[in-house]
Design a protein around this ligand. Sequence first.
Ligand code: DCC
Length: 190
Amino acid sequence: MRSLTPPPGAAAADRHPDAPAPGTLLGSHYRHCFGCGSGQPHGLHLETRAGEGVSVTAEFTVRPVHQGAPGLAHGGVLTTALDETMGSLGWLMHVIAVTGRLETDFVRPVPVDTVLHLSARATGVHGRKIFTSAEGRIGGSGGPVAVRAEALFIQVKVEHFTDNGRDEEIQAAMADPDQVRRARAFEVNP
Ligand SMILES: CCCCCCCCCCCC(=O)SCCNC(=O)CCNC(=O)[C@H](O)C(C)(C)COP(=O)(O)OP(=O)(O)OC[C@H]1O[C@@H](n2cnc3c(N)ncnc32)[C@H](O)[C@@H]1OP(=O)(O)O
């Protein structure tokens, strides 16, 4: 099992000088993203906000379409919310990164209609690897932890998407100036 703890020699994650100020809503990186896109009717519609350093917060309301057991959130959906929240740390570092490995602890059940208060931070960087952690609390940002996760993101170039994504969506994304602008916001040293 490969560790999700930054190895000895890992650097602290750097907040990019042009990162949005703490409190700023980060917006969606892609309109059709299941995690954050407004164009996905059954998506999670997460809205993530920049925090201090390399950290973010988000709120996720569990809806009936997110059920696993009767009246309770599906664990995979909660993991997706954590994944998306940690993934959005790239906005603050100006890097494009994808999830390589993710481990979730489900601490307590999360009923439908719950607002999950999510927070995530980068815990270290080693080469292309970005180590992150996140948690989701219920009843407020100081409430009890319901889920927590650690994940390893790997920095990739934009070709990761253009070479591997289905052509139809890639062409549409590249023809959308808004999408191109958002992609640039992730790039290192634009
Ligand atoms: C437009 C805006 C877009 C913005 C896009 C934002 C999207 C956010 C969406 C939410 C996040 C997602 O769900 S993303 C979607 C889910 N994830 C994916 O589809 C990724 C699929 N996997 C891959 O494409 C690949 O395996 C990669 C890119 C992750 C790694 O391949 P690679 O580039 O060839 O790199 P590789 O040399 O293998 O690995 C580099 C280093 O990472 C380590 N490493 C690699 N994989 C793992 C792993 N699973 N667990 C541990 N460690 C790993 C290696 O040991 C190595 O360490 P060392 O030798 O250097 O020490």
